[in-house]
Design a protein around this ligand. Structure first.
Ligand SMILES: Cc1ncc(C[n+]2csc(CCOP(=O)(O)OP(=O)(O)O)c2C)c(N)n1
Ligand SMILES: [Mg+2]
Length: 583
């Protein structure tokens, strides 16, 4: 116990949690604490918008495996966080969101910058703490950190601004790190029993494998069984792509090899994945989910077990520890999968080669709309451009991807050999995620090259944060897919609404000129042959502290839509609207 002010207790708790960087926009609400940051060794990174700060905290935590922290002014600064906190919630990122609130002496009187800040975040946080009159700043803030990490998601620390003042005796808690075990022995035994009998086991390696630092154990389990491994949707970094057992990602624009292999499975090990609905929907015309297969699902959150798919065995446990325990249990069992090992390995190799071959030949989209658009344009086919980018990505790169048609197609062209490398906008699916997320990732891992894939529409939402890169010397590369359209949504109007375009065409300025005006470097790329050199140069420039926007001019071609199941052909009953019916 030591006598200190609430601001001191607040900052000392951040220090005790190992916080080095905090993202936000300055505000009087917490200035008394902010004043201590430099002395405490905490860097405050001012952003252009609080949504950017929230995404940066998310990206920071995803790249580092540690907490991300953001803070803002009460009222509007805090409501600006909402989208970013929802995105972090669905990305399972341990973000601590610090929300100073209007002063307790005027709360409810309709004062300045006042809103009830707890209900707003109640469904997008794993934990919320409110600091009342008692001097509990240190205790509650520490709990936010513990809960964000143990429940893997945002925790909110809400503090009426007057509660930064006043002195008391505080004890600063150390981080509470309680290790998680592999799960119940019985369940693991049942899983091992099933796996031993499996003739075609397949492992789905999910986000939980990354969060638990379990990629190596997943590799060992796969090698023990000689089982193909597929990445769960948007977790392409959950298994090394250069491994012979890797088959690529499931889900939207995923790998046909992965889909064809899992279709054969008699036992599926869903390791650290909830098997999210979008990750298992039919794709490329393949309804690949093996309905007959027995599923062993391992998740640290019991609520995920059997949530989306029926399971044979559910294990509440740490993905890494469970993978280790299963290896141990399988070590002295006779494995049915050993009997047909060489056929399976050949099959994996053949499916991968076939998909590679198809990708190599699939240089453009071939639906009538895309063919027409490509014929009318001298710019790049998105697929060819994505392939050229893939070839030029440095080996230890971090890539973030936004929500959009071209970003989604990129799923086929993103392979990683190390975890914490791919930061897609996850299930919340908000446009404008990739650039700020990547900026946060770069702060966490400044030695790694950082590349954001962003559509022109999404870049319009988020390019303000290029200023953060320039002001704060956080060098990244943003590749802007300039196709003059909100393409992913336009695809729906092509497929379902007879090409009646409403709100999908974009008149854009030169993004390169904007970047330069903001003090960043810029390269315009019009042909596939120039993609590699542009990316090389931009990544090299990062080493000299400079941010580059690569404006990649693309045709208006559009890949398969996100989901065919969600839209219906229009039905109009009123005469006035009848002409919009589609046969
Ligand atoms: C914040 C937000 N607003 C709207 C949407 C709906 N939406 C999904 S994809 C998309 C189009 C993205 O366009 P762009 O960034 O230009 O990429 P493109 O599809 O053209 O490759 C839109 C508007 C969304 N996902 N998020
Ligand atoms: Mg676009």
């Amino acid at each position: 116990m030591a006598r200190m002010t609430a601001s001191e207790a607040f900052v000392e708790t951040l220090v005790a949690q190992g916080v080095k960087d905090v993202f936000g926009i300055v505000g009087s609400a917490y200035m008394d604490a902010l004043d201590l940051f430099p002395t405490a060794g905490i860097r405050f990174i001012p952003t252009v918008h609080e949504q950017g700060a929230g995404h940066m905290a998310d990206g920071y935590s995803r790249a580092s495996g540690r907490h991300g922290v953001c803070i803002a002014q009460n009222g509007p600064g805090i409501t600006n966080f909402v989208t970013a906190v929802a995105a972090a919630y669905w990305a399972h990122s341990p973000v601590v969101v610090i929300t100073p609130e209007t002063g307790s002496n005027t709360m409810g009187l309709g004062g300045f910058q006042e809103t009830d800040q707890l209900p707003i975040f109640s469904r997008i946080t794993k934990f919320q703490a409110h600091v009342g009159k008692h001097p509990r700043v240190a205790e509650l803030l520490a709990r936010c950190f513990d809960m964000a990490m143990s429940e893997r998601g945002p925790a909110q620390f809400n503090i009426p601004r007057d509660n930064f003042y006043g002195e008391a005796d505080y004890e600063i808690a150390k981080p509470r790190q309680v290790a998680r075990g592999p799960g119940a022995d019985d369940s693991l035994e049942n899983a091992a029993e099933l796996l031993a009998k499996a003739r075609f086991p397949v492992i789905v390696s999910g986000g939980g494998v990354i969060f638990s630092d379990g990629v190596d154990e997943c590799v060992r389990l796969a090698e023990q069984l000689d089982a193909p491994v597929v990445n769960s949707y948007l977790h392409n970094d959950s298994f090394p792509a250069d491994h012979r057992l890797w088959a690529g990602p499931l889900g939207y624009q995923g790998s046909k090899a992965a889909m064809k292999l899992i279709a054969e499975a008699d036992v599926v090990v869903a390791l650290g994945t909830r098997l999210g609905p979008f990750g298992t929907l039919p794709q490329h015309g393949l309804d690949y989910w093996p309905r007959q297969a027995k599923i062993i699902q391992i998740d640290s959150d019991h609520r995920m077990l059997g949530l989306v798919r029926q399971i044979a065995v559910g294990i509440v446990g740490d993905a890494k520890e469970a993978a280790k325990a299963l290896q141990y249990k399988l070590a002295n069992r006779k494995l049915a999968a050993a009997g047909n090992r060489s056929e399976r390995l050949k099959r994996i190799e053949a499916e991968k080669a076939a998909w590679e071959d198809e990708l190599a030949r699939w240089t453009q989209e071939t639906d009538p709309w895309s063919l027409k658009m490509a014929a009318e344009s001298r710019y790049m086919h998105p697929r060819e451009m994505l392939r050229a980018l893939e070839r030029a990505l440095p080996s230890d790169v971090m890539v973030s991807t936004d929500i959009g048609n071209i970003c989604s197609v990129a799923n086929s062209y993103l392979r990683f050999n190390r975890p914490n490398s791919m930061f897609a906008a996850m299930s919340f699916g908000n446009c404008g995620y990739a650039l700020p997320c990547l900026i946060g990732a770069k702060v966490a891992a400044p030695e790694r090259p950082a590349v954001a894939y962003v559509g022109d529409g999404a870049f319009g939402m988020s390019f303000g944060e290029i200023l953060t890169c320039v002001r704060e010397s956080i060098p990244v590369t943003a590749v802007v897919f300039h196709n003059k359209q909100w393409g992913a949504e336009k695809k729906n109007q092509v497929d379902f609404y007879d090409q009646r375009f409403v709100g999908v065409n974009l008149t854009n300025p030169s993004f390169a000129a904007i970047a330069k005006a903001m003090g960043a470097e810029a390269i315009v790329v019009e042909t596939v042959d120039d993609v590699g050199a542009a990316l090389d140069k931009a990544c090299e420039t990062q080493k000299h502290g400079k941010t580059t926007v690569i404006e990649a001019l693309c045709t208006m071609e559009l890949g398969d839509p996100f989901r065919r199941d969600a839209l219906k052909k229009p039905l109009r009953l009123l005469d006035k609207y009848r002409h919009t019916n589609v046969e």
